[in-house]
Design a protein around this ligand. Structure first.
Ligand code: BES
Ligand code: MN
Length: 845
């Protein structure tokens, strides 16, 4: 992946990559080739393996993958009405596809071997497909004749011909591999054979690499289109495409001699023709005047792809650099792909301009040009694109609460978030009661009807560090990267993405004047450190928060990657740090070690070993006293879950282990440290261990904490050790159990059903569709609990006397707290929609 430093001038501030092939981007460098045009809300890429992959521009998720050719796909183009897609390939075939159904409509080929088909275009005026081939020919097929001419005999189909003498080197020296084609069948669409009279042999003295059709009336006679072709011979040729006596014909009408370097790619803008050449020059021709108006050296290596628009020329080179020129002046350039940039396209999605590039590194990359053009995203139309830009910024603050060196980053992150809320129209404050702790962000959005119910959204902008496992991150943790429909970055799922989904949901409601009742955001900066200082901060500012009816959180995950869930339970936690010290210095184990020595570490290990027995039963007296019995309703939910589980996703943990994680307490030993750091001849004078209990309803954290303290003291007393014991207890966190039957959960459930389309399966191939049907059998979200903890959730419920609910935004594979933390775009966008509905529809309590 590209590091952000290589994207200059803040241009293209975020790369979204789509993998065309395989799991890793670093494999098979010369073996994957992409051609990537863009159609409205979809991106089409042709691969070296002969596939055409279609992605949603909105979510970057794969919509479909067509096994399109038995050779590398070398060119793609659309009909002007965008209904049809034309693909050409190393298998000597041009295929015509429906962009709606993705069916193959026709398969067009020549009667003899023409080698690779490098380029294809389509004249809608004459309903004619034109192709340029490796054997230097131009060929065409008039689709209006397809049912008139006799059906071709299968014998001449390229996949059945035995001798092939072409072993091509395409643009950039790529060898187009041809796999053994299967026999043509129904799936191939109607087979159409090019007639002998529709061929111009030796159209160039070299491969026909690229072509384009000019419709400009100032240049062409009325109703006559001109085809422009670029060849391996360095020539650009013009051809009139006409109908004569009912037959389409091509006649050469001009030639531009450009020197010897092959013309590898051309792009047209009005009457200007841009030709990218071998060795890095770009020629600019005026088609009206038939004059070359400029030549400039754009790179030291081959120009493999060009796109022209917005007054700029975009070039992709053979060493992976994307370059932007204004006339001949280079405005910026950056490393976009590992090696070859085989395709470049310009497009706009939701008002944002993009450059899309396809490389031979198995990636299609999407570059946001808004910053480069200096276009500020409008504040009224808060598209998902604007949400992404905000998230990208939010992630860039290293808001690690557990390290003092990040205090300033935390303050800046908080202040940025506050300003975002302010821009959305909230009344905001940075709340801080103690200079040692990060501030919390307070924002209050006023509803249209004051005095009604008021809801609270609680979240945390702080994150856990990302340097413990830094080399396992595939991209820089504190910059947002998009790949294959996922956003990667520390905190993207826990909890920055969900916070922004909720914030933008409110912004939508405020902008459209649909916010009826007040919504308060309280986003703290110490959650990952046990919400240090939160109680005081909350109590000091209770007047700001007011009378709250419902508490909403979005800081948990689905059970697997497919089924939307609602979380109604979290465990509590008690952390403890226990030290045993001898009061002496470290000693030599040979000189001083004897059976009379009470080693602190041995004491500590013995002590810890007494906490649980061999079946993990906790020996602390009273530990299990208040655990709730398993209810009937709970049993039903587990039933629903195991039914869903049985649909067989490998990611699913089994229901028994879930049950034990969600409703059974546990004890964990996190790690021992000693004063000697483990040197093999030393008896450390001090040993420390960090442990924790996860607790379930109705264990009271404070009671468990005290019971544990007593237990450790009395067990230590039994050791009769002269050493000193020290116990430090963390802030106790109570377990939490929501009420899935209350109005908050019901509203959440209805919103989830609607946004995720749980009741009405939707075809995923529908244009611009990111709400997908997730399961035939899932009619409502799964109600789940979690093994993790959120320190303040129970506290907030008690303080505000209001029930809380958790909307899990992320999937099981989000990897929160771990390397390559991520969040699926679809989940982010749907969370925004869900919050929108929920904030609108919440009932009075
Ligand atoms: N989002 C998590 C809580 C969580 C974890 C929910 C796993 C669902 C599944 C939260 O940010 C977190 O990390 N909590 C800590 C709390 C601790 C620092 C007191 C935890 O659970 O360890
Ligand atoms: Mn966390």
């Amino acid at each position: 992946m590209t590091d952000p430093e290589t994207t200059p001038d803040g241009a293209t501030n975020m790369r979204r990559a789509l993998r065309t092939h395989g799991q890793d981007t670093d494999q098979q460098h010369e073996n994957n080739q992409s051609t990537a045009p863009v159609l409205g809300s979809r991106i089409f890429a042709g691969t070296q393996g002969g596939e055409i992959i279609v992605w949603s521009f909105e979510t970057y998720e794969e919509i479909t993958r067509l096994q399109a050719h038995a050779g590398a796909v070398l060119g793609l183009c659309f009909s002007p009405d965008k209904d049809r897609l034309f693909s050409c390939a190393g298998d000597a075939i041009v295929n015509v596809w429906s962009t709606q159904s993705f069916d193959r409509l026709y398969s067009i080929y020549s009667t003899f071997d023409i080698g690779d088909v490098f380029c294809v275009t389509y004249s809608s005026l004459l309903d004619t497909v034109i192709l340029g081939a490796q054997n230097t020919s131009l060929q065409w097929y008039d689709l209006s004749q397809k049912d008139i001419v006799p059906k071709p005999s299968l014998k001449s189909h390229p996949s059945l011909r035995r001798h092939r003498f072409f072993d091509s080197r395409g643009p950039g020296g790529i060898t187009a591999t041809r796999s053994n084609a299967a026999q043509p069948d129904d799936e191939d669409g109607q087979l159409l054979e090019i007639r002998k009279s529709s061929i111009i042999q030796y159209a160039h003295f070299g491969y026909v690499y690229c072509m384009a059709l000019v419709k400009s009336p100032s240049f062409s006679e009325e109703n006559v289109e001109t085809l422009v072709t670029g060849g391996g011979d360095g020539a650009i040729k013009l051809w009139k495409v006409q109908q004569r006596d009912g037959l389409v014909s091509l006649t050469q009408s001009g030639v531009f001699e450009n020197g010897d370097e092959s013309i590898l790619t051309i792009a047209l803008k009005d009457t200007l023709l841009y030709a990218g050449k071998l060795e890095g020059e770009i020629d600019v021709w005026d088609l009206d005047a038939r004059q070359r108006i400029q030549t400039f050296k754009a790179a030291d290596v081959d120009i493999l792809s060009l796109a022209v628009g917005y007054g700029y020329v975009f070039a992709g080179t053979a060493n992976g650099r994307a370059k932007i020129f204004e006339r001949h002046r280079r405005k910026t350039d950056w490393k976009a792909h590992d090696e070859l940039i085989l395709a470049s396209a310009l497009t706009e999605n939701n008002g944002t301009p993009y450059l899309v590039t396809g490389g031979n590194d198995n990636c299609v990359a999407i570059w946001n040009l808004a910053d480069f053009f200096g276009k500020q995203p409008s504040l009224t139309r808060q598209s998902n694109e604007v949400l992404l830009q905000s998230l990208s910024r939010f992630i860039s603050f290293r808001t690690v609460s557990s390290r003092n060196e990040y205090n300033e980053d935390c303050r800046q992150g908080a202040s940025w978030l506050r300003n975002l809320f302010k821009r959305f129209g909230a009344q905001t404050e940075l709340l801080r009661t103690d200079s040692r702790h990060n501030p919390a962000v307070y924002a209050c959005f006023k509803g249209k009807y004051p005095g009604g119910k008021r809801s609270l959204f609680y979240g945390h902008y702080d994150v856990v560090p990302a340097d413990n496992d830094q080399d396992r991150w595939k991209t820089e943790p504190f910059s947002l990267h998009g790949r294959d429909g996922y956003l990667y970055g520390r905190g993207v799922s826990d909890n920055k993405g969900p916070i922004l989904a909720a914030a933008y949901a409110i912004a939508d409601l405020v902008a459209t004047q649909q916010l009826r009742s007040d919504v308060v955001f309280l986003v703290e900066g110490e959650e990952e450190s046990g919400s240090r200082g939160f109680e005081k901060l909350f109590k000091d500012n209770k007047h700001l928060i007011g009378d709250i009816s419902w508490i909403l959180l979005a800081n948990s995950y689905w059970l697997n990657n497919d089924f939307p869930c609602l979380t109604y339970g979290l465990r509590g936690v008690v952390h403890a740090t226990i030290s045993i010290e001898s009061g002496n210095t470290d000693m030599h184990s040979g000189v001083n070690g004897s059976n009379a020595t009470h080693e602190p570490l041995k004491d500590l290990v013995t002590l810890i070993s007494r906490v649980t027995d061999s079946s993990n039963h906790v020996s602390v007296p009273g530990f299990y006293d208040h655990i709730r019995p398993f209810t009937k309703q709970e049993e039903q939910w587990y039933g629903a879950i195991s039914e869903t589980l049985s649909q067989g996703d490998a990611m699913f943990p089994n229901p028994e282990s879930l049950k034990s994680k969600w409703r059974e307490p546990s004890f964990t030993v996190h790690g021992f440290t000693t004063s000697s750091s483990g040197v093999a001849t030393v008896i450390p004078h001090r040993a420390t261990v960090k442990v924790s209990f996860r607790l379930v309803p109705d264990q009271e954290a404070i009671e468990i904490s005290e019971a544990f303290y007593q237990f450790v003291q009395s067990e230590f007393a039994n050791l009769n050790s002269p050493n000193k014991l020290h116990i430090e207890l963390g802030d106790p966190v109570d377990p939490w159990l929501g009420d899935p039957n209350n109005g908050l959960y019901q509203t959440l459930e209805e919103a989830i059903i609607e946004v995720w389309g749980l009741q009405k399966p939707v075809s995923p191939a529908k244009e611009g569709q990111h709400r997908r049907s997730v399961s035939k059998s899932l009619r409502r979200p799964l109600y789940i609990r979690e093994g993790g903890s959120i320190p303040v959730i129970r506290f907030l419920e008690k303080e505000l006397n209001a029930p809380a609910a958790q909307l899990p935004c992320g999937q099981a594979s989000d990897n929160a707290h771990l390397e390559n933390e991520r969040l699926r775009l679809t989940n982010l966008y749907n969370a925004r929609e869900i919050f929108k509905k929920v904030f609108m529809d919440l009932p009075d309590r």
